[in-house]
Design a protein. Structure first.
Length: 369
C-alpha cells in the first residue's frame, strides 16, 4: 500500500507541474526532465512494485507470527488450568489429612504410624509438584515475554520435548499433548527435562571468551603457544584457552561459536559471525555439523559461504582458519606472522581489497551451559 500511495503522489505532482509549464507528461518526458536520462522513470516504477511486494510479504509474516503467539498463549492457559486442578486436589488432600489425626486417636488399630508416614510423604510430593509446576509456568511466561521483546518466534515447549524424545517407545509426550492426561499421570521428570531443554535453547548459556589476539601485544610465538596463553587473564592482548574447548560442548555435543572483529564498523549488524558446529577446530580440519545463526561476514577467501572454523594446514602461519583444506588463512586464530601490513593479520575476506581484510583485533567466544 505504501508503494502505491508514494507512486500516486509522485505522478500527481509531476502531472500538476506539467500542466503549469505546458509540457508533455509522457514517459520520455518524465525520464528526460525528472531523471535526466531515458529509462530511469520505468526503473523507478519497477522499484516501487518490488517495494510493494516486500511490504506485503512482511505483513504476511507478521500475521503468521501473531497466529503462533495465539497458539502458545492457548497452551499456557491450558497449563494454568492444570495448575488450578492440582491446587484443588492439594486442598482436598490437606482436608483429608487434617481429619486423619483425630481419627487415628480413635482408631489406632486401623491407621498405623506407617500409613500416616506414607500420607505425609504423599503430601510432600504433592507440594513439590506444585512448586515445580509453578516454577515451570513462571519460566514459560518469562521466555514468552523475552521472545516478544526480541521479536523472535516462540518455540513450543511441548514440541521441543516431543522432538527430544522422538524415539520414546511409550510416546508419553504425544499422549500428554493429545489426550490431556490428568495431573496424577503427569511425569514430572519429563516436565523437568522439558524445562531444561527450553531454558538451554532460549535463556541459559553465557558467552565465554576462549581466544583473543590484539596485535599491539605482538604475535604468538608458535602454534603450541596459541593453544594456551595467559589463561587467567582474558583481557590480555594474547589470550587463549583453546585447549579447553572440549569442556564447552552443549547437551547435543555441539559447539556454539562467535568470532568478532571489534574494529570493523562497516557491517550492517554487529561485526561477528555466530554459528554451531560439531567438529573441534583445535583438532579437526574437516568442519562438520555447521549451522549458521548470525553472519556478518558471509564469504570465505574461496568465494564460498562461511562454513565454520577448522585446524589450519601445517604451514605454521596460524592455528585455525576458515578454509583449513586450502592454503589461504583468513579468519586467522593463533597467527604467528603479520600479513599485508606490519601490524595486521588476516581477518574476514573483503571484496574491496586486503586493506579491509587486514585486522588488529580478533576475539573468539563459545557459549557455555
Amino acid at each position: 500500500m505504501f508503494g502505491k500511495y508514494f507512486l500516486f503522489l509522485t505522478l500527481s505532482l509531476a502531472s500538476q507541474s506539467d500542466e503549469v509549464l505546458g509540457h508533455d507528461t509522457s514517459v520520455e518526458y518524465q525520464d528526460t526532465v525528472l531523471f535526466g536520462c531515458h529509462g530511469e522513470y520505468e526503473k523507478m516504477l519497477k522499484k516501487m512494485e518490488i517495494l510493494e511486494t516486500l511490504f506485503e510479504k512482511k505483513y504476511f509474516m507478521a500475521e503468521k507470527a501473531d497466529l503462533k503467539m495465539d497458539n502458545i498463549l492457548l497452551k499456557m492457559n491450558h497449563l494454568d488450568l492444570k495448575m488450578d486442578t492440582l491446587n484443588s486436589k492439594l486442598e482436598k488432600f490437606d482436608d483429608v489429612h487434617s481429619e486423619t489425626v483425630p481419627k487415628n486417636k480413635e482408631k489406632e488399630n486401623v491407621v498405623t504410624p506407617q500409613k500416616l508416614a506414607n500420607e505425609n510423604e504423599k503430601l510432600e510430593e504433592f507440594q513439590e509438584t506444585v512448586s515445580e509446576m509453578t516454577n515451570l509456568t513462571s519460566t514459560l511466561k518469562n521466555i514468552l515475554e523475552l521472545n516478544r521483546s526480541n521479536g523472535e518466534e516462540p518455540i513450543s515447549l511441548f514440541k521441543s520435548l516431543n522432538k527430544r524424545f522422538a524415539d520414546d517407545k511409550e510416546n508419553k509426550i504425544s499422549n500428554l499433548i493429545k489426550d490431556g492426561d490428568s495431573l496424577e499421570q503427569l511425569n514430572m521428570p519429563l516436565i523437568n527435562e522439558a524445562a531444561r531443554i527450553w531454558v538451554a535453547q532460549n535463556q541459559a548459556g553465557q558467552w565465554r571468551k576462549v581466544f583473543a589476539h590484539n596485535t599491539s601485544g605482538g604475535l604468538f610465538a608458535n602454534l603450541e603457544d596459541s593453544k594456551n596463553k595467559n589463561p587467567d587473564n582474558e583481557n590480555s592482548t594474547l589470550f587463549s584457552i583453546l585447549d579447553q574447548l572440549e569442556n564447552f560442548r552443549d547437551f547435543q555435543g555441539n559447539f556454539q561459536f562467535k568470532i568478532c572483529y571489534p574494529e570493523l564498523t562497516f557491517t550492517p549488524i554487529t561485526p561477528c559471525n555466530e554459528w554451531i558446529q560439531s567438529s573441534n577446530p583445535l583438532y579437526e580440519s574437516n568442519i562438520t555439523g555447521f549451522k549458521a545463526l548470525r553472519i556478518a561476514f558471509p564469504k570465505t577467501s574461496a568465494g564460498a559461504s562461511f562454513g565454520g572454523l577448522g585446524l589450519s594446514p601445517s604451514s605454521g602461519l596460524t592455528l585455525i582458519d576458515e578454509t583449513p583444506l586450502k592454503s589461504s588463512w583468513y579468519f586467522a586464530i593463533g597467527a604467528t606472522q603479520y600479513w599485508h601490513k606490519k601490524d595486521t593479520i588476516p581477518g574476514p575476506p573483503n571484496s574491496r581489497g586486503s586493506d579491509f581484510a587486514a585486522i588488529r583485533k580478533v576475539e573468539l567466544f563459545v557459549k557455555t551451559y
